[in-house]
Design a binder for this molecule. Structure first.
Ligand code: 1PR
Length: 580
C-alpha cells in the first residue's frame, strides 16, 4: 500500500482521519520527531482546537523548520482545519503566536451578528461549500472555475466545518500570489474554505468527516491530482437536493449552513447482556406490555451505518447506563466507536459517563479528560457531558460565577478545543402558579408564560429544571442557568433534550428551545419529540435552532433521515444529500 505521513503533534483524536486515509487505499506512517519529516514524501498536518496551543506545540517540538524545509523541497503538504490556519501569519485567537507565515494574513473571529442584526452561532458548526474556486489569470481573478475540479472539490457537494476563527477572503489578494482559493460564506462573512499552490494544499473543513465528498478530496491529494475533470453538479443525490439549485444558501440555509439532521442512538446492555440501541418514553426504556424487558431496536454499529447512508449529518451515541461504574478498558462504547468510525465518515459524538471516576477494576482514579481521550482515540469527534455538567455549573456559581479550572468541561475543551465538548441537557418542565413560586436557585426571570398550561391545575407558568442520572434526580436549578454556565466554562454546543417530549412523537418543545437559544451564542441542537418530518420543518421555521435530532421515529422504521430532508427541501430549506 502507498504511504502518507501524518503529523499528530497534539491531541491524538485523529482515528477518523486514519480510517479515511485507509479507505482511500493508503497506509499511515507516523511522524514522531522533526527528523522523521526528512524521510516523508507526502505529509498531512491535521489540527483541532486552539491556534496558540497547536502552534506552540509544533514550535516547542521543533517541527516548524522541518515543515518549512518539506514545503521548500516541493513535497506534497496537506493542512486540515488548524493545519490550514497554521499556514497563515497568526490569529487573533492567540496574539503573539506565529504561524508558518506562507500566507500574509491574520485569522479573524466570526462576528456573532450579521449587518442586518441577525445572529450567528459561534463556533460555526455544520455543512457548507468549498466550491467557488478563484484562480489568478493575466486579466485578473477568474471565478467560478466550473469545468475543472480542484483537488476533487465539487460545486454540488457540502463539507463539514467546525471553527470560530477564519481566514477572510479578499478577492484577488491570494490569487495574485499564485494561490487557488475555494470559498464559503457564514452569514455575511466570506472566508477561505480551501486553498492550494504548487505542492501545498489545505482545507478549513474536515474532509475525513465530509462523507464521500471529503474522501474524494483526500484521495485527490494522495494521488497527486491537483486538477481533474469536474464531476458535474450532483443536484439530486439519493433523492435529496444537495444544497444547490432552487434553494439559496442564505435563505434556505442557516447563515449559509445546511440544516443539520442528527440521528441519536441511546445504547445500553439489555437483560441478556447484549449491547443494544434502545429508546424510551420520557426516559423509560422498558416495554410496557408483555413483561418489562429493555426495548431492543437493533445493533449500534449497523444502525449508525444505515443512518449515514440515509444522509444523517451526524451520529450521536449516548451510553444511557453510564452512571453504573464499569472498568475503563471495558467501556462498551469504545468498540462501537472503533467499528463505526471505519465506515461512517460524518461526525460522531459519544455521551455518557464523561466524568472523573474510580476504575472498579484497578481502584485508580481516572480523570474525565482521560476518559474522553479514550473515546477520541477510538474515533469520537465530540464528547457529550450530562450529569457532570450540572455539577460543574453548580460549582461555577458557588465560586462567584468564575471557572474553577477543574471541571470536565474546562479540562477537555482546553485540550481538544471547545468544539469537541457538547453538553447534554435533560430538562423537566415544572409548572408553577406564578413567577415567584420557584425554589431558591431559580431566578424569576427564568420562568416563562407557556402557551400550553397544565391540564390538571391550569397553571400557566413554567420553568425548566435540570435533572441528572437520566432524569432520575431533579435539581432546583434552571436549565437557563446551566447553559449560561457551561458556555462560560468552555462548552461548544448544547444538546437540548426534553424529558416530557421524549418518545412522545408530538413535536419539539419550541418554548424550551427558543428560551435556551436566546441565552447562549454556542449552537443548540433540538432533541426529543420528533415524530415525523413536519416536526423538523416546524422547529426550523419557529426557532433559530442550529440542528435537530431524532431517534425513535428512525429506529422504529417509520421514517428515514432522507425523507426528513426531502420534506425540508420541499419547504425551501437547504440540506445536504448523501453522496455514495
Ligand atoms: O449523565 O453524562 O452520564 O450522560 C448520560 C446521557 O444519557 C445523557 O445525555 C442523557 O440525556 C442520556 N440518558 C440517560 N438516560 C436516558 C434514558 O432515556 N433513560 N437518554 C438517556 C436520553 C434522550 C435523547 C433521545 C431524544 C430523542 N435520551 O437522546 O434520543 O429524546 O428521542 P425521540 O426523537 O424518540 O423523542 P451522563
Amino acid at each position: 500500500m502507498p504511504k502518507v505521513h501524518l503529523l499528530d503533534y497534539v491531541a491524538g483524536n485523529i482515528r477518523s482521519l486514519v480510517n479515511a486515509i485507509e479507505k482511500c487505499g493508503y497506509e499511515v506512517e507516523w511522524i514522531r520527531s522533526p527528523e522523521d519529516v526528512k524521510f516523508a514524501d507526502k505529509i498531512i498536518l491535521p489540527g483541532v482546537g486552539h491556534f496558540g496551543h497547536c502552534l506552540n506545540s509544533l514550535a516547542k517540538a521543533g517541527y516548524l523548520p522541518a515543515i518549512h524545509e518539506h514545503i521548500k523541497a516541493g513535497k506534497p503538504f496537506f493542512g486540515i482545519c488548524v493545519g490550514l490556519q497554521a499556514l497563515f501569519t497568526g490569529s487573533v485567537e492567540a496574539p503573539g503566536v506565529s504561524g508558518l507565515g506562507l500566507l500574509p494574513q491574520t485569522l479573524q473571529r466570526f462576528t456573532p451578528t450579521n449587518a442586518d442584526s441577525s445572529r450567528k452561532s459561534i463556533p460555526c458548526i455544520g455543512w457548507n461549500d468549498a466550491t467557488t474556486v478563484h484562480e489568478f489569470a493575466a486579466s485578473g481573478p477568474v471565478t467560478e472555475f466550473s469545468n475543472q475540479s480542484f483537488y476533487g472539490l465539487n460545486p454540488g457537494s457540502k463539507y463539514y466545518y467546525v471553527h470560530s476563527y477564519f481566514a477572510p477572503y479578499v478577492q484577488g489578494e491570494l490569487e495574485a500570489l499564485g494561490w487557488t482559493v475555494a470559498t464559503a460564506r457564514y452569514g455575511d462573512e466570506t472566508y477561505i474554505g480551501a486553498l492550494g499552490r504548487e505542492n501545498v494544499f489545505a482545507t478549513q473543513f474536515h474532509p475525513e468527516k465530509s462523507g464521500a465528498a471529503g474522501l474524494r478530496v483526500i484521495k485527490a491529494f494522495l494521488d497527486g491530482r491537483q486538477w481533474s475533470q469536474a464531476p458535474g453538479l450532483p443536484a439530486q443525490l439519493n433523492g435529496v437536493a444537495n444544497g444547490t439549485a432552487a434553494v439559496s444558501p442564505l435563505q434556505g440555509g442557516l447563515n449559509g449552513l445546511t440544516r443539520r439532521i442528527i440521528a441519536c442512538l441511546d445504547v445500553r446492555n439489555n437483560d441478556a447482556g447484549d449491547l443494544v440501541v434502545t429508546k424510551g418514553d420520557q426516559y423509560d426504556v422498558r416495554e410496557k406490555d408483555g413483561g418489562s424487558a429493555v426495548r431492543n431496536l437493533g445493533k449500534p454499529v449497523a444502525m449508525a451505518e444505515k443512518y449515514y447512508r440515509q444522509s444523517a449529518d451526524e451520529i450521536t451515541f449516548l451510553n444511557i447506563t453510564s452512571f453504573r461504574d464499569c472498568p475503563v478498558t471495558d467501556l462498551p462504547m469504545l468498540e462501537v466507536l472503533r467499528q463505526t468510525s471505519k465506515s461512517v465518515f460524518v461526525p460522531l459524538t459519544i455521551g455518557g459517563g464523561i466524568r472523573d471516576m474510580v476504575d472498579p477494576a484497578t481502584k485508580k482514579t481516572i480523570s474525565a479528560l482521560d476518559v474522553a481521550k479514550l473515546y477520541f482515540e477510538s474515533g469520537a469527534d465530540k464528547v457529550s457531558i450530562g450529569s457532570d455538567a450540572v455539577s460543574a455549573a453548580e460549582e461555577y456559581y458557588a465560586n462567584g460565577s468564575r471557572p474553577t479550572g477543574k471541571s470536565s468541561i474546562e479540562t477537555i475543551s482546553a485540550y481538544y478545543g471547545r468544539q469537541a465538548v457538547v453538553v447534554s441537557v435533560d430538562p423537566k418542565r415544572i409548572f408553577v402558579a406564578s413567577p415567584s413560586d420557584v425554589p431558591a436557585g431559580v431566578p424569576e426571570s427564568h420562568v416563562i408564560k407557556t402557551s400550553l398550561p397544565d391540564s390538571k391545575t391550569g397553571n400557566e407558568y413554567v420553568y425548566y429544571a435540570c435533572t441528572i442520572h437520566g432524569g432520575r434526580t431533579l435539581k432546583p436549578f434552571s436549565v437557563k442557568s446551566l447553559v449560561i454556565a457551561v458556555e462560560a466554562l468552555g462548552a461548544g454546543e448544547i444538546l437540548l433534550n426534553a424529558i416530557d417530549r421524549d418518545g412522545s412523537n408530538s413535536g419539539y418543545d419550541l418554548e424550551l428551545i427558543s428560551d435556551v437559544k436566546e441565552a447562549v451564542e454556542i449552537p443548540v441542537i433540538a432533541s426529543s419529540g420528533a415524530g415525523n418530518p413536519g416536526h423538523f420543518v416546524e422547529v426550523f421555521e419557529k426557532t433559530n435552532v442550529d440542528a435537530a435530532l431524532g431517534a425513535g421515529m428512525f429506529h422504529r422504521g417509520e421514517w428515514e433521515v432522507s425523507q426528513v430532508k426531502e420534506e425540508l427541501t420541499k419547504q425551501g430549506y437547504l440540506v445536504r444529500g448523501f453522496e455514495g
